[in-house]
Design a protein around this ligand. Structure first.
Ligand SMILES: Cc1cc2nc3c(=O)[nH]c(=O)nc-3n(C[C@H](O)[C@H](O)[C@H](O)COP(=O)(O)OP(=O)(O)OC[C@H]3O[C@@H](n4cnc5c(N)ncnc54)[C@H](O)[C@@H]3O)c2cc1C
Length: 488
């Protein structure tokens, strides 16, 4: 089948250059490499762009026992911290970090911490990055973070740019459209980018491996974790046999079945939805002529679907629900029948991949145990209907880079990691999981009165640019409170 090159338009007219930030980064990297004298450290009021200096949080998160009100300041007592990133006694003493999981969250966290001066080793159980069809749409809040890490341009080069999110009501044929471009005065990235999360992982891996003291080891499965006051010991299985690794900090970014979480004997609280979801990747040229945009919700009590373009050459993701009582094999066998029910037009598509999966709303009540931290799906999982799964994980990485980076660099004591743990759990419980649940409800709402009310609300939002802007801005809530670091 002929692949269509949808092309890409670059709409970054309001992107501004930030020379001072670049100077800060260069100065910081020289310092981290030990080539800048300690006396020429970055002034305390200017932190590198990857450790944004942020306003103090209005309130500390639930469970946070430290100060959290306006005016909060935290400075590490001179004697309490290790000067990890500079020259200590004539030798480099970088903090050692092991990140478990070569998924997007693990790689992003690894890149940020390596930039912050750590020696970072990513270990991954599988032989390569997982390429199964999973998350593929990146919202402005994620694009801002990719830019902060210096990888936005690579993402833009491969991604398909979209503006509209269309909600189609199957029973009436109506379509309502929300547009990311209403955020043009709020963000430098008032659009979405679409591409597979494996592509993102690959981009970040390339950037990571350009940095000194970084490594990525596939076929390396974590099996056990122990820790003491000075560090963490990790047991791994490799093709060469079992061995133990030692680090200062361990990041569990090893997905929903996290070996790190299990090794710590931590619960994964919540529920599993009764139905199964099926993610399919298909080549189908007819979507545009039937009003399907790059990102769509097709609402229907039975045949709902989420349809999104996921590449610039005509590959689409169609996700739908399936009977939870049937086997994966049966769900796969039924893919042609289900796609025939969902697709408009001739239905002459080419199936690239299909993946049935169980959907959960679960979180671990503790994202931190001593020197071990959880992030991404290892810490929380939700249904994918609102795109909150990966977005929340990416924002965990953002927060963890700031928090652990500050601890490593002596800008905060380790209590900021408790703040990280509490605030990220709060975001998941108060925002990510409830929003994902609400999107799932809207997609398959069976009550006609509620379906009517949902449509009226979407129409009201679509008709008023100010309300639409506020609605689109809500996604930034996933960023949570800034980590209280670097405010001297
Ligand atoms: C079919 C499907 C569709 C999805 N669609 C969407 C979507 O549309 N939008 C959205 O936002 N989210 C979606 N999600 C969720 C999204 O994919 C996850 O939120 C995202 O993958 C989380 O990234 P992560 O880096 O935390 O974990 P993962 O991507 O799961 O990476 C974890 C890695 O850790 C490795 N690992 C596991 N155990 C060990 C061990 N013991 N030792 C070493 N390595 C280990 C795994 O092999 C894996 O490579 C979907 C998920 C699935 C399954």
């Amino acid at each position: 089948m002929k692949r269509r090159d949808a092309g890409n338009r670059r709409e970054r007219g309001n992107v501004q250059s930030v020379p001072q930030v670049i100077l800060d980064v260069l100065q910081y990297e020289l310092y981290a490499l030990g080539t800048l004298p300690a006396t020429r450290r970055i002034p305390a009021h200017r932190t590198p762009f990857f450790l944004y200096e942020s306003p103090p949080p209005r309130d500390g998160p639930a469970g946070w026992t430290g100060p959290g009100g306006t005016g909060f300041r935290r400075r590490l007592p001179a004697a309490a911290g290790r000067l990890e990133c500079g020259t200590v006694g004539g030798t480099m003493a970088k903090p050692q970090v092991i990140v478990v999981g070569a998924g997007p969250v693990g790689f992003l966290t690894a890149l940020g911490l390596a930039r912050a001066g750590a020696s970072v080793r990513v270990i991954e159980a599988e032989a390569a990055i997982n390429t199964s069809p999973r998350a593929a749409v990146y919202l402005a809040v994620t694009l801002e973070f990719l830019d902060k890490l210096g990888i936005f341009d690579d993402a833009f080069a491969v991604g398909l740019q979209s503006d509209a999110l269309r909600m189609h009501v199957r029973e009436t044929g109506e379509c309502v459209e929300l547009r990311a471009s209403v955020l043009r005065n709020d963000t430098r990235f008032p659009f979405q980018l679409h591409f597979g999360q494996d592509v993102l992982a690959g981009i970040v891996q390339r950037h990571l491996l350009k940095l000194p003291d970084t490594a990525v080891e596939f076929n390396t499965r974590l099996t056990a974790v122990t820790q003491d006051a000075s560090g963490v010991t990790v047991s791994v299985e490799t093709p060469g046999g079992a061995k133990q690794l030692r680090c200062d900090w361990l990041i569990g970014a090893d997905g929903g079945h996290s070996g790190v979480r299990k090794a710590l004997d931590l619960p994964f609280e919540g529920h599993t939805w009764p139905e199964r979801f099926v993610a399919t990747n298909i080549w189908y040229e007819e979507f545009p002529e039937h009003g399907i945009g790059y990102a769509n919700f097709l609402t229907d009590p039975v045949r709902w679907a989420v349809i999104a373009a996921i590449s610039r050459d005509g590959l689409w993701r169609v996700t739908y629900n399936e009977d939870g009582s049937i086997s994966d094999e049966e769900a796969l066998r039924r893919v042609p029948q289900r796609l025939a029910e969902i697709l408009p037009g001739s239905k002459r598509y080419e199936l690239s991949e299909a993946s049935p999966y169980r959907v959960h709303e679960r979180a671990c009540p503790k994202f931190r145990v001593g020197r071990v931290l959880l992030a991404g799906d290892a810490a929380h999982v939700c249904n994918p209907c609102g795109g909150m799964g990966l977005t929340t994980g990416v924002m965990d990485a953002n927060a963890l880079i700031d928090a652990l980076g500050a601890v490593m660099n002596g800008r905060s004591d380790d209590s900021v990691l408790d703040f990280y743990a509490a605030d990220r759990l709060r975001v998941f419980r108060e925002f990510s999981s409830p929003s994902a649940t609400e999107y799932k409800r809207i997609l398959g709402e069976s009550d006609p009165a509620r379906r009517k009310r949902d449509l009226e609300q979407f129409k009201a939002v679509a008709a008023n640019p100010d309300i639409m802007r506020k609605t689109m801005l809500a996604a930034f809530t996933v960023r949570g409170n800034p980590m209280p670091v670097g405010i001297f």
